[in-house]
Ligand binder design. Structure first.
Ligand SMILES: [Zn+2]
Length: 85
């Protein structure tokens, strides 16, 4: 299965948290291996989570997922043609 960038971005927080099915994880890793756009999104998302995790009480703030998804939606809208390959 070939994932689009939108699919990857939708699953990215689950991917980082490891709450994702092994098959989907493999598909995402496959996509990330050849999509610099998504690799950059993963890096910046992971950096945010690392900052939060440093507080040792790792809980996502209320509304975090919604805000993340809104932000990703903005990025998707702004994505150059072809980014959904
Ligand atoms: Zn991508």
């Amino acid at each position: 299965m070939v994932l689009s960038c939108k699919h990857v971005w939708r699953e990215i927080s689950n991917y980082i948290e490891g709450t994702i099915d092994a098959k989907v994880r493999a598909d995402i890793e496959n996509h990330l291996a050849h999509c610099r756009h998504c690799a950059a999104v993963l890096d910046s998302t992971r950096n945010i989570l690392v900052l939060v995790a440093d507080e040792r009480t790792f809980e996502l703030p209320v509304g975090y997922s919604d805000r993340l998804h809104n932000r990703l939606s903005e990025l998707i809208e702004a994505a150059p043609p072809g980014a959904e390959a």
